[in-house]
Design a protein around this ligand. Structure first.
Ligand code: ZN
Ligand code: ZN
Length: 260
């Protein structure tokens, strides 16, 4: 099973940043966060998702399901969703399934089949994949949810965006012994950043890891990755990789894929 990070940046991108990178990825020039599991399950549909799919070699018409973590503009772009949905519909007559938090009220395009997810409740796709939304500690006006995805016996946690964990989410994750845990790492390796209630920093993650082990959310077999790194709050990808590896954490970059 292949999991691919399509974009690993935060919201502090600028359009001119990608000049010369129309057809390739660069670990230091991150596009807005999104990821794809196998060829069909897209996590977030932000402003760069079409470029990322194309560069990484994915066909948007093969997408069956799109999960939305929340509705900040770096994670949700209605025009791109409309393009993917139209592509899917034109090629197969299928409606793409869109998974959003139960209470979300965004403007949505036609040709999508909207599925509203009640937090902590699990939903099953026709291929057996199980999806659970868990409340994220992030701006609540954008209906944030972390995602727990279970497929072929593997458990993946995708925690964009959010700082620390809320009690209900922590209770659901206890003893899950995740196979892959991906954490928000918007802020780099320094103390005193003001974003503590909406995003993680490297020192926050450093503090969390031993406790996550204690309560069985992760164990020795869990692969730990960080994503959603802000351009303006981190050192180079190579340096960040070194810093995080000391804690046993891998640093995602655009186009990076893993086998599960
Ligand atoms: Zn974000
Ligand atoms: Zn956000």
């Amino acid at each position: 099973m292949k999991f691919c990070f399509l974009g690993t940046g935060a919201a502090d991108y600028t359009a001119d940043w990608y000049t010369g990178l129309e057809n390739r990825f660069d670990p230091d020039i991150r596009r807005a966060s999104s990821a794809i599991l196998e060829k069909n399950l897209l996590l977030d549909c932000g402003p760069h998702v079409l470029d990322c799919l194309r560069i990484a070699g994915y066909d948007p018409a093969e997408i069956t399901d799109i999960l939305i973590t929340h509705f900040h503009s770096d994670h949700f772009n209605a025009a791109n969703l409309e393009k993917i949905a139209a592509d899917v519909y034109a090629r197969s007559g299928r409606l793409v399934r869109l998974w959003i938090r139960e209470d979300a009220e965004p403007d949505l395009p036609e040709k999508v089949e909207v599925h509203r997810m009640k937090l902590t409740e699990t939903y099953q796709l026709p291929d057996g994949t199980r999806l659970t939304g868990l409340l994220a500690n992030h701006q609540q006006g954008v209906w944030p949810q972390h995602l727990l995805i279970e497929k072929e016996g593997k458990k993946i946690f995708y925690g964009m965006d959010g700082g620390w964990f809320l009690t209900e989410t922590y209770n659901c994750l206890r003893d899950q012994k995740l196979d892959l845990m991906i954490l928000d790492c918007t802020v780099g390796d320094y103390l005193g950043d003001y974003r503590l209630a909406v995003h993680n920093s490297i020192p926050m993650i450093r503090l969390m890891i031993p406790s996550l082990r204690t309560v069985g959310i992760i164990d020795d077999h869990t692969r730990l990755w960080v994503s959603h790194l802000a351009r303006t709050l981190h050192v180079s990808h190579q340096e960040t990789e070194k810093i995080c590896l000391k804690e046993g954490i891998h640093t995602a970059y655009d186009g990076c894929s893993l086998e599960l």
